[in-house]
Design a binder for this molecule. Structure first.
Ligand code: ADP
Ligand code: MG
Length: 323
């Protein structure tokens, strides 16, 4: 964002880049007043979540603004998917070092590429000067009492993971110069870390099927730990069954690639817990929306997570936390 670039005033910036995308069923009032006004249909409940991306913490300086716009919404809709909620609308709070028109145009393009795919309205926000940060609050609708929480896992249930794991973790390691990638590999890892597909359709279809769900943002092992604590159960996970992305597998020793898949984070895949009787239903729903799923373990009685690899017990590492 060079200072020679075209700069916009605050309200011109909002009007030019972030207005006119606020129409959706139930939006009584969108951008332009002190609050948006939303109607929740009878028999539905509103799921509300917020997540932010900060330069130097969640993405590397100089990141492509299209990808930043996309990912800032994706990380939020991933939480909606994990509850089984249908994406509805969102707010956008921007902290910007300057008001570069071209940068904002690309940010908006990335954001609206995903919101229009999902039919989400941008109903309000806030714009201030500061270090680059993008904070979104996303709202979704779920049938009353139907939200899939972290608390429903029961002994004997099966643990599934969508998609592949470990590519975003590989990109972060490359960004910190802990390994080097060729340019085609770098592009593949960058795409995997910034432009992953939303899992909303599958998440929504799992209301009444999954006993618990969570999205994998801080690493599979750490996020599974949240499900186990909230559900008051344990789990056995076979690390050899993790759907490790082929790129880390081809570049790293197998145990290191598996470790990236287990702890790397940033995957934004779903961890789905299903009773054995619902397994066939999960498989057919996942196939119907073209999302690969892999069974990685099962829920056990009593607390504790037992990890194994090739039949040997493995000690869990500490999961990611900001503090
Ligand atoms: P207020 O001072 O009442 O909080 P603002 O003057 O900050 O309102 O914003 C004017 C309108 O523009 C509000 O409706 C607000 O929701 C909307 N808005 C501000 N920034 C953004 C943004 N980045 N994206 C979308 N809407 C925004
Ligand atoms: Mg106001």
């Amino acid at each position: 964002m060079g200072s020679s670039a075209r700069q916009l005033g605050e309200f011109e910036l909002i009007r030019r880049h972030f207005s006119g995308h606020d129409r959706a069923e139930g939006v009584r009032l969108g951008v332009g007043d002190d609050c948006a006004v939303l109607a929740v249909p009878p028999g539905k409940e509103l799921c509300v979540t917020t997540d932010s991306l900060h330069e130097g913490i969640h993405f590397f300086p100089g990141e492509d603004p299209f990808l930043l716009g996309y990912k800032s919404l994706l990380v939020n809709v991933s939480d909606l998917a994990a509850m089984g909620a249908a994406p509805h609308s969102f707010t956008l709070s921007l902290s910007l070092p300057d008001s570069d028109d071209a940068f904002l145009g690309e940010l908006a393009r990335g954001l609206f590429s995903l919101s229009s795919e999902l039919g989400m309205a941008l109903v309000g926000g806030n714009t201030s000067r500061g270090p680059l940060g993008i904070c979104i609050c996303a709202m979704g609708l779920v049938g009353a009492g139907q939200a899939v929480t972290r608390a429903g896992a029961r002994p004997g249930d099966l643990v599934y993971v969508t998609g592949t794991l470990g590519l975003p973790g590989l990109f972060v390691r490359a960004g910190y110069h802990e390994l080097s990638l060729g340019s085609a590999q770098w592009r593949e890892a960058h795409e995997g870390a910034m432009h992953m597909p939303p899992r909303c359709a599958l998440g929504q279809s799992l209301c009444g099927v999954a006993s618990a769900m969570i999205d994998i943002s801080d690493g599979l092992v750490g996020d599974l730990g949240h499900v186990l604590r909230r559900s008051g159960v344990g789990a056995e996970i076979d690390l050899g069954r993790l759907p490790v992305h082929p790129l880390p597998l081809s570049l790293l020793p197998r145990a290191e690639a598996i470790s990236l898949a287990a702890y790397g984070g940033g995957d934004y895949e779903l961890l789905v817990v299903v009773p054995p009787a619902a397994e066939a239903r999960l498989l057919s729903l996942a196939q119907g929306v073209g999302v690969p799923v892999a069974r990685v373990g099962r829920i056990t009685a009593g607390a504790g997570l037992a990890l194994s690899l090739d039949g040997q017990a493995v000690e869990p590492q500490r999961a990611f936390a900001h503090f």
